[in-house]
Design a protein around this ligand. Structure first.
Ligand code: PMP
Length: 427
């Protein structure tokens, strides 16, 4: 039994003091604790610039910015802070990594580039690789699913031949299934491939530990990877923040794909001398206030009882999973846990999400940016409830009660009309 009380935690989140809507879209975005809001505001109220100027305010801002990098490194137990690149989210991180890895190989004279990814991936970990496959010599293999997770046998088969890159999600944003990263890393290594993990859905629920020599934090999970990406807004941080971690020796070989201010030591007509990583990957003025808020969210999580958060999220998720499984007409497409994807017979998912909205609940509906997985599962769209540490039993029971109501109702005309207007933007 845990003494964890989500109502006490909620006091740290202004959302719950000002809004009544039940927030169950944490897989898309989380609410922010006051500490994060304060950090962003403080930074905006003392605007400065980093890595660029000599005045004291800029010196201080640079120190604080690099300290933020150290906190993010600690958050995932990365061996060095200089292996962490700030991005605008998981999407930005994967696009940077994909282009950069491909270009580096090409410059090193590599012939061909073989990528293995899966049908489960979010578009952010699918399209960048798919786009690369348009380049000459690039081959992409998309492995299938085994129920709600990755087909590990198919992965092993695909990796029985040499490969350059394996790109997989650590936790699915559709099914909530976790990858066995240790097994994936073993297979990738045997094939000579780099293993990249999309950890966007992982960081909220588990403390990621990349370094085997570090003691595993409470509620943590050892993760094997050569590179990994995640988003700040999915872990109580500001919107449009994220990080790309790349193993040191691999990072040294990567070439930048964005060029501009403060990423070169010197440049003239004939030569460009790049800054060392990670700065060579952060051209232009960074979004300092948001990045500091991102680091504050990481610090806040590092100081939180994450094992209790995890037990609470898992317990509530399983309870909700059981309740929905018992609801006639509900079909579930997720493993028991804090992310529940489902349909309700007789309801279009968008209509159902609008119905739930009128009942005061915020849930995502649509293809969840994972259209290939939807096709593979044989569903056009899903409704998704995703939980966080501040989610309460009452939130979950309100969803169950609303779905019981929905089951008894027929989608009304007003609802359908609103759906017709909104559906184009609800992917
Ligand atoms: N990968 C996964 C598994 C996700 O769930 C998401 C966000 N829904 C992303 C990537 C993209 O993250 P972002 O929009 O923060 O860049």
């Amino acid at each position: 039994m845990t003494s964890f009380d989500p109502y006490i935690l909620r006091k740290e989140f202004p959302y719950f003091a000002h809004e009544s809507a039940v927030w169950l879209d944490n897989a898309a975005n989380t609410q922010k604790p006051q500490a994060v809001l304060d950090r962003v505001l403080l930074s905006l109220a003392r605007a400065s610039t980093v890595h660029r100027a000599v005045y004291a305010l800029a010196e201080e801002a640079t120190l604080v910015y690099e300290e933020a990098r150290s906190i993010l490194a600690r958050f995932i137990s990365a061996p060095s802070k200089d292996e962490v690149i700030f991005t605008n989210g998981t999407t930005g991180a994967i696009n940077l990594f994909a282009r950069s890895l491909y270009l580096s190989g090409k410059r090193a004279g590599r012939q061909g580039f073989r990528i293995v990814t899966s049908v489960l991936e979010h578009h952010s970990n699918y399209l960048p690789w798919r786009m690369l496959a348009d380049e000459p010599g690039v081959e992409i293999i998309i492995i299938g699913h085994d129920g709600l997770g990755i087909d590990m046998e198919a992965l092993a088969k695909a990796l029985s031949a040499p490969c350059d890159l394996v790109a997989l999600s650590l936790c699915s944003n559709v099914s909530g299934a976790w990858l066995d990263s240790q097994q994936a890393a073993k297979l990738a290594r045997a094939a000579g491939a780099v293993l990249f993990l999309d950890a966007a859905q992982a960081v909220l629920h588990r403390a990621i530990c990349l370094d085997d020599s570090v003691a595993l934090p409470a509620g943590g999970i050892r993760v094997a990877a050569d590179a990994l990406a995640f988003s700040g807004h999915k872990m109580y941080g500001p919107d449009g923040t994220g990080a790309l971690w790349v193993r040191g020796d691999l990072l040294q070989d990567l070439v930048p794909v964005t060029f501009g201010g403060e990423m070169v030591r010197s440049v003239d007509d004939s030569a460009i001398d790049l800054q060392p990583p990670p700065r060579r990957f952060e051209a232009g003025t960074p979004n300092c206030s948001a990045i500091l808020g991102f680091a504050e969210a990481a610090r806040w999580l590092l100081q939180s009882p994450r094992d209790e958060f995890r037990a609470h999220e898992e317990g509530l998720g399983r309870m909700l999973h059981d309740e929905l499984s018992a609801l006639p007409g509900a079909r579930l497409y997720s493993v028991p846990g804090p992310l529940i994807s489902f349909t309700l017979d007789g309801w279009h998912t968008h209509d159902l999400a609008l119905f739930l909205d009128r009942e005061g609940l915020c849930l995502r509906a649509g293809r969840l940016c994972a259209e290939p997985f939807m096709r593979a599962l044989g569903v056009p769209a899903l409704v998704r409830a995703s939980l966080a540490a501040y989610t309460t039993r009452e939130d979950c029971m309100r969803l169950v009660r609303a779905l019981t109501l929905a089951k008894a109702a027929i989608p009304g005309r007003a609802c359908l009309a609103r759906f017709a207007r909104d559906s184009a933007s609800m992917h």
